[in-house]
Design a protein around this ligand. Structure first.
Ligand code: SF4
Ligand code: SF4
Length: 69
């Protein structure tokens, strides 16, 4: 188990993490950040901790931590 921390101010809504997550756990939300980008939301309770989302995000907006929140 791992947990996901998203820095919504860094997110540009590109959707790379949406496509790469094996659990399809990210969605682009209707929420805008201060730069006007639609930001992602994490919709699952159980992240497997593969960190593919961290690798793919061009804006370093996602951090994955081991263990429970
Ligand atoms: S670490 Fe893996 S399972 Fe967890 S949110 Fe990122 S891509 Fe999805
Ligand atoms: S890959 Fe990064 S910038 Fe793109 S939608 Fe995901 S968190 Fe946002």
């Amino acid at each position: 188990m791992a947990y996901v921390k998203i820095n919504k101010e860094k997110c540009k809504g590109c959707g790379y993490c949406v496509n790469v997550c094996p659990d399809k756990a990210f969605v682009i939300s209707s929420q805008l950040n201060s730069k006007g980008y639609n930001v992602i939301e994490y919709t699952s309770k159980e992240c497997r901790g593969c960190k593919l989302c961290v690798t793919v995000c061009p804006d370093c907006a996602i951090e994955i931590f081991d263990g429970k929140k």
